[in-house]
Ligand binder design. Structure first.
Ligand code: WT7
Length: 649
């Protein structure tokens, strides 16, 4: 592991909100010693209609946390209305469209009018406080309008990433019982059309639950509209007034549901509430990126994932920032796209994922050198461990050794960043997320004994030992699952699913998932989901899916498949293609397997448990050190798998 230390840059320290390690340590101690005081102070950065009665309440046995109880607040008011007196003409959103060089600037005043109109359309179509609205869109402004429109009237949004298949979308609509779906006729991404409405039609076919589909117009294409159910969003907003009252929501009223994959079963709808989530998103956005009012802020994630929720929409807008919404991909039309946007718009803070950086580094430095990037100051990364050499490339080439790199570790469940450098405070090490944010208490637990390991230079399962306002409160409709997934493995702690090392300086290094979740291009995927997609195919008797190191995606998807008799003869190329397609259809294109390994047998214990550890090693071409395989029912299987793997390389 790299031991290089990159000191804080003096000019960055100069303008930072927090300028010294001593100040960080003092505040960090206060935040853990007296969280109620600390978070009560931070929540004052938002505008409350009515003050809270207690900062924090918990029932640890029930796993029930509440922040700012009794407080009344509205997220849309905080992201829009309260800024209008002084920032009405400021650009809230710059929409960087799919075609290079095409930008739309949306002021805070425009944002208010657009959000209020969509809110009125929702109300007009029977959406009430507490109702769930599914949003299935690519990166267009209507996505933000609809999220904030929901927040304005107290509806709960459930954004489903526009790359999910009809089947996945259907599961999510049903699970959250959404009665309205907001989509577009088509999306545009990387010069290609995304058939959003067609996918919605398939997802809700024969379903009476969804009463209304609102369709934004992104392209000129016609799509079938079902009378009595489907409405064009632009026609409906044109009928509505541009004002709409903000509901006074309770601090603990739900703001949104967002689905994420776990090691078992169907994806879980994590539920985030209003006051604590927004406090945490706004406060972390301000300090981690050292946000100042003159910044142009560009997070290149998709709003379909939590990064986009917290750090494209809620955090930046609550802080009155100018936030870029990017419709395209880093490689369209060429690998210079990000740097072009940065120069065109004068971006000072840029936030992306290691997978994009790896692809761009591979394309060569000329693409970067073509652009000045002189406006940049802070470079963020999130989603997966960043290889130290990619970190250095980001720092040296993209940032000209002038910008600060912040490697931010967090999860859908955590609502906001938990382990991260602060630009004015933390000397960085390539590949380390460094130190905990305020109020965050990382605990490294020995996975064998469940006992916390004290001191430095230790590794184990990463847990969190103290609650924070941004954390998810429950799994929608299944609190038992919430409790069992996160709070039973290591009683008294929240278990993250990640492994981590605390080095000799107390810095954290996230080593990746230690459960059956893989991280593909920064997208979390449960291996069980891919397996159930595979076994749904008539040819498949059994499937076991693992991750393996992939040069661009971080982890690739490696599927071991046992075939039913009658399917194992002859050329298998067609079947392999069909199995990949099966997974695309069941989950989405981003989940398409990289490797289908048709195997003669799987390594199982005598009790029938698949030994994934062995499968992971073979998929990674690590044939030695299989460990103890004496408990296998048929030890020969291992050699056979290795042979098959070698043959395919
Ligand atoms: C998992 C959470 C949080 C937004 C994007 C992903 C991995 C996330 C880092 C990082 C190493 C990271 C972890 C985590 N992860 N950030 N900076 N270094 N690993 O959200 O889909 O909920 O996935 O992403 O494994 O558990 P998510």
């Amino acid at each position: 592991m790299s031991q290089d230390l990159f000191p804080v840059k003096p000019d960055i320290r100069e303008r930072a909100h927090i300028k010294t390690m001593e100040e960080y340590q003092r505040l960090y101690r206060l935040s853990l010693d007296n969280p109620e005081w600390f978070w009560g102070e931070q929540a004052k950065m938002l505008t409350w209609f009515h003050p809270w009665q207690s900062v924090f309440d918990a029932d640890y046995k029930e796993v029930d946390f509440s922040w700012f109880m009794g407080g009344r607040i509205n997220a849309s008011f905080n992201c829009i209305d309260r800024h209008l007196p002084h920032l009405g003409d400021k650009t809230a959103i710059i929409w960087a469209q799919d075609e290079p060089g095409v930008y739309t600037h949306i002021t805070y005043r425009d944002l208010k009018h657009n959000v209020a109109r969509v809110a009125n359309v929702l109300l007009h179509n029977g959406v009430k406080k507490g109702d769930r609205v599914c949003i299935y869109l690519t990166m267009i402004p209507e996505l933000v309008y609809t999220m904030l429109a929901c927040a304005r009237i107290g509806a709960v949004h459930s954004v489903v990433f526009g790359g999910f298949s009809a089947e996945s979308l259907r599961d999510r609509i049903v699970d959250a019982r959404c009665k309205v779906v907001v989509t577009a006729n088509e999306g545009l991404r990387g010069g290609k059309k995304v058939p959003l409405k067609r996918t919605v039609d398939r997802a809700i076919e024969g379903m009476s639950l969804v009463e209304c589909v609102l369709v934004a117009r992104r392209t000129d294409s016609e799509v079938p509209m079902q009378p009595g159910r489907d409405l064009w969003l632009d026609e409906e907003t044109a009928k509505q007034r541009s004002t709409c009252t903000n509901e006074w929501m309770g601090a603990e009223d739900p703001l949104f549901i967002l689905y994420t994959s776990g090691s078992t079963g169907k994806p879980k709808g994590l539920l985030h509430t209003t006051g604590g989530y927004l406090t945490y998103a706004a406060f972390t956005h301000k300090l981690v990126f050292d946000y100042h009012p003159e910044d142009i802020y560009f997070c290149a994630a998709d709003i379909g994932w939590v990064t986009g929720h917290s750090y494209i929409v809620y955090g930046p807008l609550a802080n009155g920032a100018t936030t870029v919404i990017f419709e395209s991909t880093p490689l369209y039309p060429d690998p210079g796209r990000y740097w072009q946007i940065i120069d065109d718009l004068g971006v000072s803070i840029f936030y992306t994922a290691p997978t994009a950086l790896r692809a761009l580094a591979q394309a060569g430095d000329d693409w970067i050198k073509k652009y000045s990037r002189k406006s940049l100051r802070i470079l963020g990364t999130v989603g997966e461990p960043i290889n130290p050499e990619v970190w250095r490339w980001y720092h040296d080439v993209v940032g000209d050794a002038r910008c600060t790199v912040v490697d931010t570790w967090w999860q859908t469940e955590t609502g906001g960043i938990l382990i991260t450098p602060l630009p004015g405070v933390t000397p960085t090490k390539p590949g380390s997320a460094t130190l905990p944010f305020f109020g965050v208490k990382p605990v490294i637990v020995d996975p064998a004994t469940g006992i916390p390991i004290e001191g430095n230079d230790v590794s184990g399962a990463l847990c969190l030992g103290a609650p924070w306002p941004g954390q998810a409160r429950t799994v929608h409709g299944d609190h038992k699952r919430f409790r069992e997934t996160y709070f039973t493995q290591y009683p008294g702690y929240y278990f993250t699913g990640d492994g981590a090392r605390r080095d000799e300086d107390g810095y954290y290094w996230i080593t990746g998932r230690i459960d059956d979740v893989i991280n593909v291009s920064g997208h979390r995927l449960g291996t069980a989901e891919v397996e159930s997609a595979l076994v749904a195919h008539e040819a498949v008797a059994e499937a076991a899916v693992v991750g393996y190191p992939h040069p661009i995606k971080g982890q690739g998807i490696y599927c071991y498949v046992l075939l039913n008799s009658g399917f194992s003869e002859g050329n298998q190329d067609q079947l392999i293609g069909a199995l990949k397609e099966q997974v695309r259809q069941a989950i989405g294109a981003f989940a398409a397997p990289d490797v289908i390994h048709i195997a003669a047998g799987l390594p199982k214990t005598r009790s029938g448990k698949i030994m994934r550890r062995i499968l992971r090693k073979i998929a990674s071409a690590e044939y030695d050190g299989m460990g103890d395989i004496s408990t296998l029912a048929e030890p020969d299987v291992v050699n056979k798998l290795i042979e098959e793997h070698q043959k395919s390389q």
